[in-house]
Design a protein around this ligand. Structure first.
Ligand code: ADP
Ligand code: TZD
Length: 573
């Protein structure tokens, strides 16, 4: 080789496209969830050519939800890739939902020409995406020069996973992707992030304060939230709960952190323990609406003290006074607490645990009687009993769940036995996470997923069953079909030709939808048919959808949240 050729070789070029992919791969990111178009189609192609998985969706919101749940499951940021303005906005809902739920995710969107956007001269898909993303993201960055791509990706990763995890927006203008750079200079500009989510060790005096408050309790309670599930400190959390003997309540997505069948679970006596406990230890759970803000009737009249373990110091005192804040990562905090549970630590009194056990027995007996009924058509209970019995020997299966009644009843009827296996509407009570979470969970874990969906809830992401079929994912979707939002019985009071706001086409056959894409559809009208279909679908490992016909009069308006509906104040004269 001549000297001239050698120097040509050393001037080998790279570009923005390659640098983005190289930066992601360097940080062990192996999957992108997205939807292609100008200017990112070649980025998706290149990702695949370079050995990453690119999972293409039919709508960006679901790609974003898949990325967010992958982040929750793995503690690595899930990546969602979209086109500019409308694609970006479709993805933004998922980014905001990820931030709200404390899931690490990065939304990467292509964007139009800065000069034109900033002068508002009307570019193709023109929008100031960075400004639009900021209020809904934990952080938002834009990269303008190819040599800064490494820094941009590194900052996005760190922002997503360190401290309280959340959604990060990364803006990549079309021009950046096409910029070229000397390959060697490009390589050197990339950053492999070291210790992206550093442990945060709690202060010893905070640990002592927390233990002192806990020791003073007569009726202690532990509340486990999805932050505790996210932290993957499963063994220490279980050891702490068992060593202290304190009854615990799992929030929805913390179910399975300890198996729901655990004797210390107070789930079946939830209202009793919330009202009666005198010291409550919150681990990775916020005192938001899901916990009635820590006050009011739900929490009873007896004085209460809270201990709160969280990584975000500003969460403390957000709703009620916290007697003992314990700031740090849950792994470090729980292991410090565990070390402090010594011989002098008295287990809770038999009076307290006995009273809980009594309530549990009573409620479980009552529930068993309701579950044993076989009304025709099926109701939520009889359908969920059938599903529960099929899922019981399969704790490895992921359960995705959304709807109103479908969500509330499934949460209490379907027990979970492994951590991070229940994925649901979360902090916002959002509809539309169903197929995105199901795809994200199946792609990330390779394990079967059963998605239990209200018929309204399913509609938000239903088109993604084509995605499930295209990638042949082991996802079985069960649509609880009661002909409407909440129920299917409303009528238009005027007698006019439009149907009532809450109702859908009666007797719809959702099972036929999946058949259009080569998946297997089932129509189930009894618990036996439902169970048989589910067993077959799981065994096949292939895409399936069960249309489960539920009594259209079953269920209540807004499920458990009826009381959140504002009441009509004015009566018609
Ligand atoms: P839930 O809805 O289950 O009650 P939330 O989403 O309200 O749970 O609360 C989760 C909490 O966990 C958040 O306040 C978040 O800051 C915290 N968190 C998340 N990850 C960690 C972690 N690794 N260490 C400590 N706290 C964490
Ligand atoms: N839009 C979005 C994005 N999120 C929401 N939570 C709602 C609308 C309002 N909503 C609920 O809170 S639950 C629900 C809607 C539309 C659907 C309930 O009907 P369903 O469930 O058929 O899914 P059930 O089980 O029949 O009650």
């Amino acid at each position: 080789m001549t000297n001239e050729a050698l120097s040509q070789g050393s001037r080998e070029q790279t570009d923005g496209f390659h640098l983005v992919i190289d930066a992601l791969k360097l940080n062990d990111i192996d999957t992108i969830f997205g939807l292609v178009g100008i200017p990112i189609t070649d980025l998706a192609r290149l990702a695949q050519a370079e050995g990453m998985r690119f999972i293409g969706f039919r709508h960006e919101q679901h790609a974003g939800n898949a990325a967010a749940i992958a982040g929750y499951m793995t503690q690595k940021p899930g990546i969602c890739l979209t086109v500019s303005a409308p694609g970006f906005l479709n993805g933004l809902t998922a980014l905001a939902n990820a931030t709200t739920n404390c899931f690490p995710m990065i939304l990467i969107s292509g964007s139009s020409e800065r000069e034109i956007v900033d002068l508002q001269q009307g570019d193709y898909e023109e929008m100031d995406q960075l400004a639009a993303a900021k209020p809904y993201a934990k952080a938002a960055y834009r990269v303008l020069h190819a040599e800064d791509i490494g820094v941009g990706v590194a900052r996005a990763i760190r922002a997503a996973v360190s401290g309280r995890p959340g959604g990060v927006y990364l803006d990549l203008p079309a021009k950046l992707l096409a910029q070229s750079l000397d390959a060697e200079q490009g390589r050197k500009s990339l950053i492999k992030v070291v210790d992206a989510a550093p442990r945060q060790i709690p202060a010893p005096e905070s640990v002592k304060r927390a233990l002192d408050v806990l020791k003073s309790a007569k009726r202690p309670l532990i509340l486990l939230g999805k932050g505790a599930a996210y932290a993957q400190a499963d063994a220490d959390i279980r050891a702490f709960v068992e060593k202290t003997g304190i009854p615990y309540l799992p929030m929805s997505m913390a179910k399975g952190l300890l198996p729901d069948s655990h004797v210390q679970s107070a789930s079946a006596a939830r209202s009793y323990v919330l009202a009666e406990a005198d010291v409550v230890l919150l681990i990775g759970a916020r005192l938001n609406w899901l916990l009635a803000h820590g006050k009011g009737k739900t929490w009873g009249s007896a004085p209460k003290q809270f201990i709160q373990v969280d990584i975000a110091p500003t969460e403390i005192d957000s709703n009620v006074a916290i007697a003992a804040p314990l700031i740090g990562d849950i792994g470090s905090c729980v292991s410090a607490l565990l070390a402090g549970v010594d011989a002098g630590f008295a287990k809770p009194s038999a009076e307290w645990t006995g009273a809980i056990a009594e309530r549990k027995d009573k409620n479980l007996t009552k529930m068993a009687a309701t579950l044993a009924l076989n009304p025709s058509p099926m109701n939520f209970h009889s359908a969920l009993r059938a599903i529960r019995d099929v899922l019981k020997p399969r704790p490895d299966i992921y359960v995705v769940n959304e709807g109103a009644n479908t969500l509330d009843f499934a949460r209490s009827i379907i027990d979970m036995a492994e951590p991070r296996k229940r994925l649901d509407s979360g902090t916002w009570g959002i509809m539309g996470i169903g197929m995105g979470y199901a795809i994200g969970a199946a792609v990330t874990s390779g394990k079967p997923v059963v998605a239990i969906e209200g018929d309204s809830a399913f509609g938000f992401s239903g088109m993604e069953i084509e995605t499930i079929c295209r990638y042949q994912l082991p996802v079985c979707t069960i649509v609880f079909n009661n002909n409407g939002v909440y129920r299917g019985t409303d009528v238009n009071p005027t007698g006019g030709k439009d149907v009532a706001p809450t109702v859908f086409v009666k007797g719809a056959r959702y099972d036929k939808m999946i058949e259009a894409f080569g998946g297997k559809g089932y129509h189930a009208t009894t618990p036996d048919e439902l169970a048989a279909a589910l067993v077959e679908a799981i065994a096949s490992g292939k895409p399936a959808l069960i249309n489960a016909v539920i009594d259209e009069a079953a269920g209540t308006e807004s499920g458990r949240l009826t009381n959140l509906n504002p009441q009509l104040a004015a009566k018609k004269k």
